[in-house]
Design a protein around this ligand. Structure first.
Ligand SMILES: Nc1ncnc2c1ncn2[C@@H]1O[C@H](COP(=O)(O)OP(=O)(O)OP(=O)(O)O)[C@@H](O)[C@H]1O
Ligand SMILES: [Mg+2]
Length: 121
């Protein structure tokens, strides 16, 4: 699970597109702002790309069954804070800042589960 955190327009969807491209996805990557989740299940691992911006309470995410998806697949989640910051302690947190400026900034929090995978070499 990769949490893509950051204010409006900081580049979360753009980064998700780059990650999907890195996993050899060749088609479109629509923003999940309205569908809430887009699935890329032909990839290895299968990816679900979620945008929780429109959720008002964590309970509204339950029908999305994101935890079930994590059993077999991986998750990219924009606006993960909508579910609280302490959910998914094993997630890699990528925080983007500086929308619209030439000096965009990426900060990360890598839990032990990610130690051998982050930063990428
Ligand atoms: N690294 C970058 N350098 C320059 N422009 C960028 C970069 N990342 C994103 N952008 C541009 O910033 C705009 C917003 O990007 P994007 O839609 O990825 O943001 P977002 O964080 O997903 O926004 P939202 O919070 O609405 O989901 C787009 O026009 C995109 O092309
Ligand atoms: Mg977005």
């Amino acid at each position: 699970m990769i949490a893509l955190s950051g204010d409006l327009g900081t580049g979360k969807t753009t980064l998700a597109r780059a990650i999907l491209e890195g996993l050899r996805h060749t088609g479109e990557v629509p923003s999940p702002t309205f569908t809430l989740v887009q699935y890329y299940d032909a990839l290895d691992p299968p990816i679900a790309h979620a945008d929780l911006y429109r959720l008002d309470t964590p309970a509204e995410a339950e029908p999305l069954a994101l935890d079930d998806w994590l059993v077999e697949g991986a998750l990219l989640v924009e606006w993960p804070e909508r579910l609280g910051r302490n959910l998914w302690p094993e997630a890699l947190w990528l925080r983007l800042d500086g929308a619209g400026t030439p000096s965009r900034r990426l900060t990360w929090r890598a839990p032990p589960a990610w130690e051998s995978r982050w930063p990428p070499r």
